[in-house]
Ligand binder design. Structure first.
Ligand code: NAD
Ligand code: WQD
Length: 407
């Protein structure tokens, strides 16, 4: 277990009971890291914590290793209580300088922060932009100020392929620099020196802009204070779940992403999948995405944390994608194969704001983080089906958990 000066050290995971957060927490615990989870349950359930504890206990028993510490705080990360939380993980330590002088300094037992907490619905962000800017951007600014005060500077941020906007349609895998190219294009087009005008360069919604602005803020912060080591991970389309079927994607709000909708169709909560767009310039006419297993994404955080701790200061962004494209129809077919049943489809028009193709270049993450994805789309489907089956067995199609899925 991780200790410093006899005290346990922690990774603080904000938004750690959500879909990607819960899988990352599990991965951290399996690697014997002590974890503090902060989550206000705005888009998750406390039962996720029980699953995490159960899976961790099983893992540690099999491996014959002690169970790491799991501290959960039900808290809005923007609330004033965050300050008290950070304080409670701070030690007063005595140091002796070169001249033999004794000094008392504060040292946090939080070694790294992984920040997942944000609102993430594209549709909802178009209706409630301020809510999104408040949670995703204003919250981030206050958090960084607090962390700085307590001397916590290793920071991993959940970014998104959404920052590439319409650049996705370029027809080649997206490289991290493509976001910068956006801004350069804008300079050329407008003939001004203003680079921060993403609405003019194809970011489709306030949600996308919150991620773009967050990255810009993080880059600025890292550029002006050498203590910071900041990584932004741009997830493409995380899908699937832990093979146990005990953790999965279970949003409180209306499901709008492809796999959560497919989950509901499989569970009998929805009648069919609306396939948005059958006239894209792709082999089967449906849109192509880079679906990546959520466990590969979780492992990406472990790689980023290790890399961050070992390097110097600064800000760096990495794509976390599989590097290959799968069409919506292929995704449906793989799930049908896993479930052994057909999924009713309704052919629909394109969804506003969608792009035809969005696939990651994974070179930077492979070369610098030493991370590469392992799981296939077929594995994502098999694991997701396991999750659905478990829920149906537990609750039946009218049970409370499926109401959660439908709500
Ligand atoms: P999620 O909604 O399942 O998880 C987010 C968690 O944060 C939830 O448990 C929620 O209750 C919590 N939360 C939100 N606001 C909070 C606040 N103010 N205080 C405390 N807790 C709060 O989302 P996810 O899919 O796990 O995504 C995690 C992060 O990754 C988000 O930042 C999201 O924007 C980003 N992201 C997600 C995807 C995706 O497809 N899932 C893709 C790219 C980027
Ligand atoms: C995938 C494809 C849909 C639902 C979004 C965000 C992105 C990131 C990941 C957070 C598209 C089609 C979907 C349905 C369908 N999230 N589809 N019927 O749009 O690639 O990315 O989630 O950062 O920012 O924009 O993901 O799962 O919504 O859609 O046909 O009922 O499935 O049109 O082509 P998307 P998605």
């Amino acid at each position: 277990q991780h200790v410093s000066n006899g005290s346990p050290t922690f990774v603080l995971v904000i938004g750690g009971l959500g879909y990607i957060g819960s899988h990352t927490v599990l991965e951290l615990l399996r690697a014997s890291q002590n974890v503090i989870i902060v989550d206000n349950l705005s888009n998750s359930y406390e039962s996720v914590l029980d699953s995490i504890k159960l899976l961790t206990a099983n893992h540690c028993k099999v491996e014959g290793i002690p169970v790491p510490l799991i501290h959960f705080h039900r808290l809005d990360y923007r609330s004033r209580s965050m300050r008290f939380l950070l304080e409670s993980y701070t030690d007063l330590v005595m140091t002796i300088d070169a001249g033999g002088q004794q000094n008392m300094t504060y040292r946090s037992r939080i070694e790294s922060v992984i920040h997942f907490a944000a609102y993430k619905s594209v549709v909802d962000s178009l209706k409630h932009p301020l809510r999104y800017y408040q949670n995703n951007v204003c919250g981030l600014v206050s958090l960084l100020q607090q962390l700085d005060k307590y001397g916590i500077h290793n920071f991993i941020f959940s970014s998104s392929a959404t920052v590439y906007g319409t650049k996705s349609n370029s027809g080649r895998p997206l490289q991290e620099e493509d976001v910068v190219h956006h801004a350069e294009e804008h300079v050329d087009l407008a003939g001004t020196s203003s680079v921060l005008q993403p609405s003019a360069v194809g970011l489709s919604c306030p949600y996308a802009r919150t991620k773009y602005f967050s990255e810009a803020i993080l880059a600025d912060v890292a550029a002006t204070n050498a203590a910071w080591r900041i990584v932004a991970l741009r997830y493409f389309n995380p899908v699937g779940c832990d093979p146990s079927g005990l953790l999965g994607e279970n949003p409180r709000g209306e499901a709008t992403n492809l796999y959560p909708v497919l989950t509901q169709v499989l569970a009998g909560v929805r009648k069919s999948l609306d396939v948005f767009g059958t006239d894209w310039a792709t082999p089967d006419g449906t849109a192509i995405r880079d679906f990546i297993h959520v466990l590969d994404v979780a492992r990406g955080h472990m790689a980023a944390m290790a890399w961050n701790a070992a390097r110097g200061d600064g800000f760096r962004a990495f794509n976390l994608g599989s590097g290959s494209g799968t069409s919506v129809l292929e995704a449906v077919r793989s799930l049908e194969a896993a479930a052994g049943r057909s999924i009713p489809l309704t052919w629909s028009g394109r969804r506003p704001g969608d792009v035809g193709v969005c696939v990651a270049s994974t070179e930077r993450a492979q070369n610098e983080l030493g991370w590469s994805p392992h799981e296939s789309v077929a594995q994502c489907a098999a694991d997701l089906w396991n999750f659905v089956k478990r829920r149906m067995a537990r609750d039946g199609t009218s049970g409370s958990a499926l109401q959660e899925l439908a709500s």
